[in-house]
Ligand binder design. Structure first.
Ligand code: MSP
Length: 651
């Protein structure tokens, strides 16, 4: 039996799970279920990445010991998976003793082979990225990810001789076109390797700086670099290199990641495996990013989508369907509830749901809700058979190479084709004219193709697919069902089987009418409302007092201006970068250019309304509002009476 072994990234526990994590795990689940239905022994694993500076800081911020904090967040990931109908074969934490043992054995193995050495290194260390940057990689002296100035650190550390394997890896990527897919990420990985000398990788951190990590087996004064630790979860989750699980599944290994972590997977990981004399993985599958309002999701911007919220509101199956259908694997996609509702109504309610309800209603009316026995085929059925076979073949081929969106589209050609077939064959007219054999053939073909569709959508919408099969009176066992056998055969349904009298699988959904919140004006930017808006404003004029609950919704924080410049397209605005103690400084656009020279603001502390919805202003986005007091002579910034830590809340 062919094996299929897929991994998701091992998610950091510095934040709770969001749409992005949910997406990758759902994709892994869909791919695994699909492979199982193609006859493979298929499993996927996931887990949590719990060591390193970032986690220690998050624990400190939460006022908890790292052990307690990591367990809580890790548990929230673990608890989410069944709610999203995802069924990982294993869930591994990097703090699990079995994993720690595996990492230490691996380190020792590479150390013994001579590929780890001790040396002195000086570099620009970004705490957010937990890595050193070379001079060349910095942008204006800043970390390109976080826009913060890294700290120059010079210290003795252990290094992995990654450079030794650069040529081997280049050849491997060149000779195996689908090693990294889609193509654009293969090109990107090759470009990384070709852009200059591949440097050796610093794989330790001195305990004087960080203790929350796995101790190096050959030097107790150092812990292991988080990436060298986390990547090994892909092996420890199977039971380790000596285990049966590893022997069974590792030869079929594939990884699934988003583009943000291409480099560690495309470059660090294969060279690490090579150095340890272990076989490398077969495929690295790289998907794009879900953007919300065209931006990366971030707690500080306030555009984080909760997967559970969506699943509760629209149903987990519909949510899974939307995610898989909407994103072209490899590209970024935009998440919005409007797009979700539109997709559910068009594809699920109109196309699929409608097919089920009309065919089951006709079967009830004309055949007493029993599957009829088909008679001879006409060219209409022959066309339908061709369409169904092509559609299933394409679906199977496309899902096999992770092209989910196109695969679903291929299957929907059959769904839509069946709706057309109903209209053309017009069973109601056949019934009226007493053409019973023809009526039975048409209804049989419809029900049989509906069964095939239910089986094919099972990996994507397991719950709904099982209900669809139940409505067709078909017993289902996910472990035994096989899709390949469905092509070329149209006799799966047993005539006489009782089917449901009606079906309401995918009711239409309405988007709750959302009132567009008026965009707040930046400091001192006066806008004359249009007359209509003025009237409306009057009608809903704010009361003289507000409730405490309303006030409590405003998140005001103190921060330091780290950079400031005129807005390139608006004379009145300044583009201010404020350090609010977040991963990277906030960009706030403020209408204060008439009162402050940009350089005078740098280093000043300001108060920012931090949870204001983002707003585009002349081509740039503003993520908050700086508070100021207007006086007769000018403008004064609102500040705390003394210097306070960045990110402190105004309460
Ligand atoms: N801990 C590392 C991975 C180590 S793997 C050995 C890490 N963790 S993470 O929590 O930041 O997860 C990153 C992954 O989460 C992405 O590669 C992707 O799978 C998923 N996503 C997070 N945000 C995402 C989007 N906005 N869109 C799609 N997926 C994203 O990196």
């Amino acid at each position: 039996m062919n094996k299929f072994y897929l991994t998701t990234p091992i998610y950091y526990v510095n934040a709770n799970p969001h749409l992005g994590h949910a997406f990758t795990t759902i994709v892994a689940d869909v791919a695994t279920r699909f492979h199982r239905m193609m006859g493979d022994d298929a499993v996927f694993i996931t887990g949590t990445d719990e060591h390193g500076d970032k986690i220690v800081q998050a624990a400190e911020k939460a006022g908890k010991a790292p052990e307690v904090f990591t367990t809580e967040v890790s548990d929230s990931f673990r608890a989410l998976w069944p709610k999203l109908e995802t069924e990982p074969h294993a869930f591994m934490r990097t703090t699990d003793p079995a994993h720690i043992k595996e990492v230490q054995a691996f380190l020792q193995r590479v150390y013994d082979s001579g590929d780890i050495y001790f040396g002195e290194y000086g570099g620009h260390y970004c705490l957010g990225c937990e890595r050193f940057y070379t001079e060349k990689e910095l942008e204006n002296g800043m970390c390109p990810q976080h826009l913060t100035k890294p700290e120059y650190i010079s210290e003795k550390n252990y290094f992995f001789r990654m450079s030794k394997y650069a040529d081997w890896l280049k050849d491997h990527i060149r000779n195996n076109p689908d090693f990294i897919r889609p193509e654009r990420y293969r090109t990107e990985a090759l470009a990384l390797l070709e852009s200059g000398e591949l440097e050796d990788l610093c794989i330790s951190r001195p305990k004087s700086r960080l203790t929350w990590g796995i101790e190096l087996p050959f030097d107790k004064d150092y812990v292991c670099y988080v990436w060298f630790d986390a990547l090994l979860t892909y092996i420890s989750a199977l039971g380790g290199v000596e285990s049966e699980g590893f022997a069974k599944y590792w030869p079929s290994a594939q990884h699934l990641v988003a583009k943000d972590i291409l480099k560690p997977h495309a470059i660090f990981w294969p060279t690490m495996l090579k150095a340890a004399n272990l076989p490398i993985y077969n495929h690295l599958n790289v998907h794009g990013y879900w953007l919300v309002r065209d931006m990366k999701m971030s707690k500080s911007i306030g555009n984080v989508v909760s997967p559970l919220g969506m699943a509760e509101q629209y149903g987990i199956d519909a949510f899974r369907y939307f995610l898989l259908r909407e994103m072209h694997f490899g590209n970024d996609a935009s998440f919005s509830e409007d797009a979700l509702v539109a997709r559910l109504n068009a594809d699920l309610a109109n196309d699929l749901g409608n097919l089920y309800s009309r065919v089951l209603a006709m079967t009830a009316k004309f055949c007493g809700s029993r599957v009829p026995a088909p008679g001879a085929f006409t060219p209409l059925e022959e066309d339908l058979v061709r369409l169904a076979d092509d559609s299933m073949r394409n679906f199977q081929m496309l899902l096999g190479s992770m092209r989910f969106s196109q695969g679903i589209e291929a299957l929907w050609e059959l769904v839509r084709g069946l709706n057309k077939y109903v209209d053309t064959a017009a069973p109601w007219a056949l019934a009226k004219n007493g053409e019973t054999e023809r009526l039975h053939t048409v209804l049989y073909m419809l029900l049989e193709c509906m069964r095939k569709i239910a089986l094919h959508v099972w990996p994507i919408m397991p719950g709904k697919a099982e209900r669809m099969l139940e409505q067709l009176g078909v017993p289902f066992d996910g472990a035994k069902a096989n899709l390949q056998g469905e092509i070329g055969h149209f006799n799966g349904l047993v005539p006489g089987t009782e089917v449901a009298k009606n079906s309401n699988l995918f009711p239409r959904v309405e988007l709750a009418a959302k009132e567009e919140a008026p965009a707040p004006a930046p400091v001192n930017e006066k806008k004359t409302p249009a007359p209509k808006a003025k009237e409306a404003a009057k009608a809903t004029e704010a009361p003289a007092t507000i409730q405490f609950e309303d006030f409590a919704k405003i998140d005001m924080r103190a921060g330091t201006v780290v950079e400031c410049e005129p807005h390139p397209n608006a004379d009145k605005l300044l583009r201010v970068l404020v350090d609010l103690g977040e991963e990277k400084p906030r960009q706030v656009l403020a209408g204060i250019a008439a009162y402050f020279a940009p350089q005078d603001l740098v280093g000043k502390q300001v108060v920012v309304v931090a949870n204001l919805a983002p707003r585009a202003m002349r081509g740039l986005d503003s993520h908050g509002m700086i508070l100021a007091v207007k006086t007769e002579t000018g403008l004064e910034l609102v500040q705390a009476s003394g210097v306070v830590p960045n990110g402190s809340q105004v309460s």
